[in-house]
Design a protein around this ligand. Sequence first.
Ligand code: IMO
Ligand code: MG
Length: 430
Amino acid sequence: MKQFNTVAVEGSQFGDEGKGKITDYLASHADVVCRYQGGNNAGHSVEINGVKHALRSLPSGIYNSNVTNVIANGVVVNPFALLDELDENINSGLKTYHLLISNRAHLIMPYHIDLDGAYEEALGSNKIGTTKRGIGPCYADKAKRIGIRAGDLLDKDYLYKRLEGALAVDNKELVAFGKKPYEIQPLYEKLLKASERLIPFITDTSVYLNDMIDAGKKVVFEGAQGSLLDLDHGTYPFVTSSSPTSISIPLNAGIAPMKIHKVLAIMKAYMTRVGSGPMPTEQVNDWGNAIREKGHEYGVVTHRPRRVGYLDLVLLGYTMRITGVTDIACMLFDVLMDVKDLKVCVAYNLDGKEIHYVPSSEPEYARCTPVYKDFKTIPHFDTKKIHCFEDLPKEAKDYLGFVSTYLNAPISILSLGPDRSETVNFKEIF
Ligand code: IMO
Ligand code: MG
């Protein structure tokens, strides 16, 4: 069978694993980078020559002038936020970039953001802790068939008709929540204004992606969020409204499943989570606080402090099973240097029974307590001197070796700092 030059970069935990850094790293050898789901709830950091860039909707290949960056049909795009993000980047030095937006991508409208806030308010103590970017309501409108798609911007009359339909439903909901309904004309005009800049990017990205893959070009699919935030496979209801797992790429990008050659799981060396929901290995104590400061574990989008915990191999094993991971990139490994009381979770105890899976029921998962394996403290080492696995101190090799064996996948990339240059490649990805 023909071998395709494609790799999926997938968050294997609760998001914020470092997908942006690895996507940017792989982009330097790639032709195309494609975001396939989520929206500007993502916060992907890329650091180049000491300068930090935070990306939300733009694919993380945007700083590579030879790369075409695709926003595929499965992404939800806030047209106004996207233009602001582009301008921010242009103002801070982005010159040559190539961007394509799927004509089938759904648009996040201001009323989606209002509804996101209204749902969270109504849920009260049951709230999800969303990023309040309108992600859930936009995907809901897609399923309700009242969504507005990027391609609708190309036909002014049709756009008006679509907006009329959406407002007929969503305004009623806003009023029911005591929020202000939207008048069609100002919103329509605002959209037309934004469309002047957006139309040149809009195309059938499925055709483009298939042409590129068939021509043997190197394509990186950049996931947002993480597998445990997946609408189907995550810790429902504390999830996002799309499928971050790489198994959603065919649907979300319009390519055949066999065209995904490798799945690179991005794994933080410990766990973090933002928002509500179960997290068995969470450490609300000095250990967790120290890691939060050392790893700068604060949200890129919402600046919320992230919840911190020990690496959870049960949860990662679950990701491996669902998504067919071929390689692992271990991120923020430098944060573990000199950390006392190092351990990883190897099983859960659920009501007195040892289990090795993630329960589907939220109350059951919340009752799971971790079973740990202890590791020796990894001594401080000079990250610049690490070029291969053997260069690492024994304690680091023990930790990574155990993880790789448990998960039955090679650790192909090790990240030892935020910059592009602080990345060690143990095994070629492309
Ligand atoms: P990246 O791509 C971490 C979380 C939110 C909330 C839940 C639902 O940077 O890894 P949403 O606004 O999507 O409806 O919120 O999902 N969440 C993320 N957590 N990283 C992200 O993206 C996230 N995007 C959403 O905190 O718990
Ligand atoms: Mg994030």
